[in-house]
Every structure is written in C-alpha cells, then in structure tokens.
Ligand binder design. Sequence first.
Ligand code: HEC
Length: 125
Amino acid sequence: MTISKRRLVTATGLLITTLSTSLLAPSIAFSAEEGSAVAEGKSLAFSRKKGNCLACHMMGDGQSPGNIAPPLIAMKARYPDKAKLRAQIWDATAMNPDSPMPPFGKHQVISESELDKIVEYVWTL
Ligand code: HEC
C-alpha cells in the first residue's frame, strides 16, 4: 500500500515534470525569441539609417522626437490586426496618397524581415 502510493506520487511527479518541460519550454523559447525581435525592431526603428521613425513620431523612450506625425501609443489597442499595422509601415501612401511618411517597404528602405521586427516593437508601444 505504502509502496504503491509512493510510486503513484513519483509517477505523478514525473508526469508533471514531463508535461511542464514539454509545455512550458517552447513557450519560454518563443517569448525569448520574440523579445529579441522587439529589441532589434527598436534599434531599427530608432536608427537614422533605417526607420528613422523618431524624425516624425514620438515613440517609446526615443529622444528628441519630431512631431509632424501622431505619437505611436496604444498600438495594440488601435491595431488589433498586426497585418494592418505592417501594411501601414510597408506603404503609408496606400492609406493616404499625400502621406509624408516614406513607403519603407515599397521603396525597399527596409527589408521584409527588418519590417517584421519593427512591427513587433511598434506593437508593444
Ligand atoms: C517623414 C515623417 C515620417 C517618418 C520618418 C515616419 N512616419 Fe509614420 N507617419 C507619418 C505621418 C505624417 C503619419 C500620419 C498618417 C499619414 O499622414 O500617413 C504617420 C503614420 C504612421 C502610423 C499610423 C499611426 C496611427 O495613428 O494610426 C504608424 C503606425 C507609423 N506612422 C509608423 C511609423 C514607423 C514605424 C516609422 C519608422 C519605420 C515611421 N512611421 C516613420 C510620418 C512619418
């Protein structure tokens, strides 16, 4: 009786360990990956040679932003569909033909993968 109970406890412990490793490990790996995409996206967005978004937008903790464009805040709430946010950054002139915002993707100022990272960052704002 005692032995079988202990076995049961061990088995349950093993099961929990196995489950938590297999269920939690990928999600931890995923969020770390996502975290680095956000960090890379931020430096691409702030870089004068890449996004240079701060020339026009107040965003995050970026220093000396310009104010000809709306501040990038509450982005997740305002763009629940990440694809729409991506489309806006890909080519702002699609929504507004008179937009002073450079059509970054269309003009290949930034690459597809750089754009993905910038979107990940902007979505956290
Ligand atoms: C030369 C100025 C300029 C630069 C540089 C610029 N933008 Fe914009 N952006 C604008 C303006 C102006 C708008 C307002 C809408 C319009 O005119 O298209 C805008 C709109 C947006 C919007 C939509 C905002 C909203 O309230 O819905 C997003 C998102 C955005 N910009 C992201 C970016 C990102 C990310 C970068 C850098 C990769 C960037 N912008 C660089 C001028 C700029």
